[in-house]
Ligand binder design. Structure first.
Ligand code: ZN
Ligand code: ZN
Ligand code: ZN
Length: 254
């Protein structure tokens, strides 16, 4: 068990990065156990290696033991759009968001993409969802749920009868096992988001292309009565599973 508690490369100079900038500390101090067989790295390298895995928890070598830290506390900022590169038209403005993902619940900073109609109603919600983050509210989202957490929870409800409160307790405990009360409780936001996610998936499965009226993404879209009902396959349905000439048949045989 102790084999994973220490690495002799801690404290050495990082072999991976460009060390041309003497003002940057290149001492190897971080290791990610969620990345498979990842070497210990310095701060710039661990951030670079997690551009597309921002929710991993990494461990920092304190000099005597490994301490779990979030990538946001190391300095990672999520950039929306542009394949995780910073939007060329975005300034220095960052917004803080609570992110509920399969590994826990974290506060992270986000740089928004300001290209195109970024000020339009619902624009941020759409950009978040394109990045795999489902907003808990579509107007001014402050909490987002990852697509992976929503689909995992959906499967857990089907296979293990897990409810939203239990799932969020698990996520809080996973974020900080010893002090789960210091982790934000987002059970209410998670539950509302999950209901919305299921409803929108239902719309998609029933062939509604997009409940998107002029006001943007508005799930309050009016549906006509019965529009999501499933027709009984055993019952005769004209023009679906009945002869086109059924009216011409003898009434007793219809
Ligand atoms: Zn490095
Ligand atoms: Zn990792
Ligand atoms: Zn942009």
């Amino acid at each position: 068990m102790y084999e994973r508690e220490y690495d002799s490369r801690f404290g050495s100079v990082c072999p991976r990065c460009d060390k041309s900038d003497p003002s940057v500390d290149h001492t190897v101090r971080y290791k990610c156990f969620e990345c498979f067989q990842a070497p210990p790295l310095c701060k710039p390298c661990i951030l670079d290696a997690h551009k597309h895995a921002p929710f991993h928890d990494v461990h920092e070598w304190t000099g005597s033991y490994l301490r779990k830290v979030s990538l946001s506390s190391v300095g990672l900022v999520i950039c929306l759009g542009h394949d995780e590169e910073k939007c060329p038209s975005a300034g220095d403005a960052r917004m803080k968001m609570t992110i509920v993902h399969g590994g826990g619940i974290r506060e992270m900073e986000i740089v928004q993409c300001t290209c195109g109609d970024s000020q339009a109603k619902g624009s941020l919600a759409l950009r978040l969802w394109r990045s795999g983050l489902f907003p808990a509210t579509f107007i001014r989202p402050g909490t987002v749920i990852s697509a992976g957490a929503l689909s995992d929870f959906h499967l857990l409800t089907q296979t293990a009868k897990v409810n939203a409160t239990a799932f969020c307790t698990f996520l809080r405990r996973k974020t900080d096992y010893w002090a789960q009360d210091t982790v934000k409780n987002r059970a209410r936001e998670f539950f509302m988001s999950f209901r919305m996610y299921c409803y929108l998936n239902n719309l998609k499965s029933n062939g509604f292309d997009a409940p998107r009226p002029a006001s943007g993404v508005d799930p309050g879209y009016e549906l006509s009565p019965g529009s999501m009902a499933v027709l009984c396959p055993a019952c005769p349905q004209p023009s679906i599973n009945m002869s086109p000439n059924w009216r011409e048949r003898d009434e007793a045989l219809r």
